[in-house]
Design a protein around this ligand. Structure first.
Ligand code: FRU
Length: 464
């Protein structure tokens, strides 16, 4: 089959070919960043899950490594599902879920937790002790997966995505002194009724003096501008007490308001940064790249910070090393209608800064990749105080996403454009929107626009 490369991404993690979903096993090991991912190496559709593997010295340039885990043992017969990685005194250890069908047609299955160990960071051996956790607790459903493991004061802790028999999503906690024998501690957090029937891919960490629990719940109803994707990733912020396993937290907040961001995982690096990577796609989304023999990618690495109990995401600083030529197009210029830049590059970073003080416009924004009714549009509505991403004319059916943003006097949009993705970071990560786009034609221009009045453009800069 002739492969069409038009949507292959230029600077994101992808598998060499075929299907990928969740990021797994994010870890820094012997000075290098390792990322694994849910992967079906033999087909562009989801199937028996393997772990793909890449590593990097700088979070920007990634080297492909051999597949780290393949299913087929008695404990992971039908899949090596999502999980995490730790550096256990020089041994890179993967902790993952074994997926085992009872009846594939009926989708009945059981899940357990397993480990695999490597001394070179490339080849992994599954432990003799597998499964290290054979069964979920008694009040649990059969959804029992996605272990995230970390160390705290001499003990290993593991959280798992889970649900009760009554189909309430929750996260449960285990503890171990050696990664092999685990003791059940209890429930870390649970749906209060309308937070979904199953919580996938949990992560739990300290951030700027608080504790953050990331979760990817299934089954939250759309409400206002929130929860418009099939499933969503978000977080709870609070205070955690290891002694009593109590987590007092605020309400659930969505992490990214675009179409394609799910199953985020984080690592803590030797610079003290909490870095997050998500799956840059969504279950049941339109995935036209399947026709080209591949499907799925990971988002750019993002540094997390906390401000007033809100998690901010910003692209890691290393990404500036991708900048080639810098084009300063506008500085402190009044814009009354629109301004178009012809660009001959499909890999771009754009910085657009609008002065909203004394601005009479009703909305200001930017379009990329526009031609013949195609475009991806990002704009800020000053009356509603909302940022909007519209992919209706770049391959999305349910194309509009919105997020509340109190921009104040300045709107600063930092936008990363790849051949089939756009990632928008507004006002230093106050709002983030990530979506795949599938433009049919190849006009590569940038257009700034204002509606309902003039706006001062403080800056329009782009880099190829
Ligand atoms: C999340 C998820 C995980 C599971 C994996 C299977 O997207 O459903 O819960 O481990 O994908 O590929």
């Amino acid at each position: 089959k002739k492969v069409n490369h038009q949507y292959r991404l230029g600077y994101h993690i992808m598998a060499p070919a075929n299907w990928i979903n969740d990021p797994n096993g994010l870890v820094q090991y012997k000075g290098e960043y390792h990322v694994f991912y849910q992967h079906h190496p033999y087909d562009e559709n989801w199937g028996p899950m393997h772990w793909g593997h890449v590593k990097s010295k700088d979070l920007v340039h990634w080297q492909h490594l051999p597949i780290a885990l393949a299913p087929g043992d008695s404990f992971d017969k039908d899949g090596c599902f999502s999980g995490s990685a730790v550096d256990n005194e020089g041994e890179l250890t993967l902790i993952y879920t074994g997926h085992n069908y009872i009846d594939k047609e009926l989708d009945t299955f059981f899940q357990n937790q397993n480990i695999a160990v490597s001394k070179d960071g490339i080849t992994f051996e599954k432990a003799e002790a597998n499964p290290v956790i054979a069964e979920p607790p008694a009040d649990s459903s059969h959804h029992f997966r996605d272990p995230k493991v970390w160390k705290h004061e001499g003990f290993w802790y593991m959280i798992l995505g889970n649900s009760t028999k009554k189909q309430e999503g929750r996260v449960i906690l285990y503890r171990s002194s050696n990664l092999q024998k685990w003791e059940y501690v209890g429930v870390l957090a649970k749906s209060d009724g309308d937070l979904g029937y199953m919580w996938e891919c949990p992560d739990f960490f300290e951030l700027d003096g608080k504790h953050v629990l990331m979760i990817s719940p299934q089954g939250i109803e759309a409400k206002g501008d929130s929860y418009h994707n099939l499933f969503q990733t978000g977080y709870l912020v609070g205070e955690y007490n290891y002694g009593t396993n109590t987590f007092h937290h605020g309400s659930f907040t969505e992490l990214d308001y675009g179409h394609d961001f799910y199953a985020v995982q984080t690592l803590l690096d030797d610079k003290g940064r909490r870095i997050a990577i998500g799956w840059m796609d969504m279950w049941e989304a339109n995935m036209p790249t399947k026709e080209d023999g591949w499907c799925g990618a990971l988002t750019l690495p993002r540094e997390l910070t906390l401000r007033e109990d809100k998690v901010l995401m910003n692209p890691v600083q290393e990404l500036t090393s991708l900048r080639k030529t810098q084009y300063n197009m506008l500085t402190n210029k009044a814009l009354s209608n629109s301004y178009v830049v012809e660009v001959n590059e499909d890999l771009l970073e754009i910085q657009a800064v609008f002065d909203l003080a004394d601005c009479q416009a009703s909305s200001v924004g930017i379009k990329i990749r526009g031609i013949n009714n195609e475009e991806t549009l990002m704009c800020y509505n000053l009356n509603e105080q909302k940022l909007l991403l519209d992919c209706t004319h770049s391959g999305k059916e349910d194309g509009v996403r919105k997020v509340a943003l109190q921009a104040g006097e300045t709107l600063a949009l930092r936008i990363f454009v790849d051949r089939s993705s756009v990632e928008v970071f507004a006002n230093e990560g106050q709002a983030t929107m990530t979506s795949r786009i599938y433009p049919k034609e190849s006009r590569l221009g940038i257009e700034l626009f204002t509606e309902g009045g003039n706006v001062i453009v403080k800056e329009l800069t782009y880099w190829n």
